[in-house]
Every structure is written in C-alpha cells, then in structure tokens.
Design a protein around this ligand. Structure first.
Ligand code: NAP
Length: 278
C-alpha cells in the first residue's frame, strides 16, 4: 500500500483538499483513495456495499489517513445530490471528484437485455454525469476544482461482448471534453484516465465470459501465465496496478495539473497500441 513515505509525491501535497472518490473502496478506486489520503487529502469514499466501505475506511484510517464514507448508488441522481450536500455541510468544500464507479461484464450484444444495457450505461456514464453536475456549483463557487473520470481503451478499436461498457466509456470521453470546455471559465479542470489491464477482483469478474457464450476465458488463461502474458502482450512488460492510476490522479489533483483540461491519459504500458484485435 502506498504511504506518504513510499509515494513519489511530496508529503502534504494535497493537505486541506477534500476528494470524493466513487467506487473508492475496491480495486483501482481503493488505490486512488489510499494515495490521496496519504498525500493529506480528506477522502470521501462513495459506493453501495457497506463491506467495501467499511474495509476501506479501516485500512486508510489505520494508515493515518483522513477518510469517511457515504453509501451511494451513482445511478440515483437525488441521492448523489444529497450526498454532495452532506459532504459540503461537513467539510465546506470539494476540491476533487474522481468518477471511478463502474459495472461491467461480458455479454453478447445480440442478446444483451435492456436491463443489462441500461444498468452499465447508468453506472458508468449517467453516474459520471450526475456526480459531475452535482459538484459543479460547489467548485464554481469556490473558484475551481478538478474532475477526473476513469475511462478505458477498449472502445478505441471496439471490443466484442462489451457493447455496453465500450459505449458508456466512449460517452465518458465525450463528456470529459465537453465539460472541460463548458466549465473552464469556472476553473474546473475535467480530465480522464484510460487504464490498461489491472487484475482487480472487479475486472476478473467482468472478463470471465459466460460459459454458454463459447468465448474462451482469456483472462483466466492469461492469469495462469501472468508474467509470460504480460511480457508478450504489454510493451512495458507487466500488468498495471491501482497505484499506476492513482499516481496520475495525484498528478492531476496537484498544481502540476493546473494547465490540463479535456485530456484523456492512457496509462496502460502501451497495451492498446500493441494489442491484436480480438
Ligand atoms: P472494481 O473493483 O469492480 O470497482 C468498481 C467500483 O465501483 C466498486 O468499488 C463498486 O463498489 C463501485 N460501484 C459499482 N457500481 C456502483 C454504483 N451503482 N454506485 C456506486 N458505486 C458503484 O473495478 P476496478 O477494476 O477497480 O475498476 C475501476 C474503474 O477502472 C472502473 O471505472 C473501470 O471501468 C475502470 N477500468 C478498469 C480496468 C482494469 O483493468 N481493472 C481497465 C480499464 C478501466 P460497490 O460494489 O460497493 O458499489
């Protein structure tokens, strides 16, 4: 786990900042929450499951970080708004929003149910919009802020069995550029990060195709030969880690990000450029 002592960033870099991280209790989001707290921010982790929230709270507080949690489904716009109001009532401000919550799974497009389609679009894209819109007046009033959304690279060339997630993340990219332009006068920097493959529990579940689809379980096969797979398929020769993404979030949250908006940073060891089409 990254601490103030092991981070490449200076201790206290984000002192006084308040960061809201959706899906911040597991996987990449937990890596982001951990680093932001280690650098001095008060981190509010928002997601649905108490088990995720409680474990993250315990882990980050034990390391000396300032952290709290809010139980929230990003699809529920009213709850998003109420949660943002509560955070501002308690902490007085929100400097950074990290839109990291997402849902994903393999499913053939021909039989993808309306419910499944809607669910992923609502979490990944609508949720990103609801959270961004809710923090806008706060950030505008305080003279600026940062929004960083988690995208992906699979929609750059298309990715079979991921129509829902690739469409949602393409929307997140479009939203990032559009909000960056609309909200620049308020000094709200809006950027996104497109991670490459990071073997979190969430991605393990998402990349396990249903047995009936007949699609080979590429991820399980790859995991059996993690090092060899990475050496062959990822130009920089290794899988990613939550810390790789967290470092980019910290950079964007710091003064180094002052002149950056509307950008989508691919952090993937060169994977998408080298990957053959599925
Ligand atoms: P993960 O551990 O499954 O993280 C997803 C998080 O989102 C969970 O903490 C979950 O918490 C939360 N969440 C899901 N639905 C939610 C909802 N309706 N409302 C609020 N929170 C919700 O997966 P991950 O691999 O760390 O992925 C994190 C982000 O990186 C995602 O945006 C993903 O698309 C992106 N990404 C990941 C990879 C990768 O290889 N891992 C690659 C490219 C992009 P609860 O269950 O408690 O709600």
């Amino acid at each position: 786990m990254t601490t103030a002592n092991t981070s490449v960033f200076r201790a206290g870099l984000l002192d006084g900042q308040v960061a809201l991280v959706t899906g911040g209790g597991t996987g990449i989001g937990l890596g982001i929450s951990t680093l932001l707290a280690a650098l001095g921010a008060h981190v509010v982790i928002a997601s649905r499951k108490p088990a995720h929230l409680d474990a993250a709270l315990a882990q980050i507080s034990a390391a000396g970080g300032k952290v709290s949690t809010v139980s929230l489904d990003v699809r529920d716009q009213e709850r998003v708004q109420a949660s943002v109001n509560e955070i501002v009532a308690t902490h007085g401000r929100i400097d950074l929003l990290v839109n990291n919550a997402a849902g994903n799974f393999y499913a053939p497009s021909a039989t993808l149910s309306a419910n499944a389609w809607r669910s992923v679009l609502e979490i990944d894209l609508f949720g990103t919009f609801y959270c961004s819109q809710a923090v806008y007046p706060i950030m505008a009033q305080q003279g600026g802020g940062r929004i960083v959304s988690t995208s992906m690279t699979l929609h750059y060339r298309g990715w079979p069995l991921m129509a829902h997630a690739t469409a949602a993340k393409a929307g997140v990219d479009a939203l990032t550029r559009t909000l960056a332009m609309e909200w620049a006068p308020q000094r709200i920097r809006v950027n996104a990060i497109a991670p490459g493959p990071i073997p979190t529990e969430g991605v393990r579940k998402a990349f396990t195709p249903p047995a009936e689809s007949g699609v080979p379980d590429v991820f399980a096969a790859a995991e059996r030969h993690m090092a060899e797979y990475a050496a062959k398929s990822i130009p920089l020769g290794r899988w990613g880690s939550p810390e790789d993404i967290a470092n980019m979030v910290a950079f964007l949250a710091s003064p180094a990000g002052d002149w950056i908006t509307g950008a989508i940073f691919v952090v993937d060891g060169g994977e998408w450029l080298a990957k053959p089409a599925l």
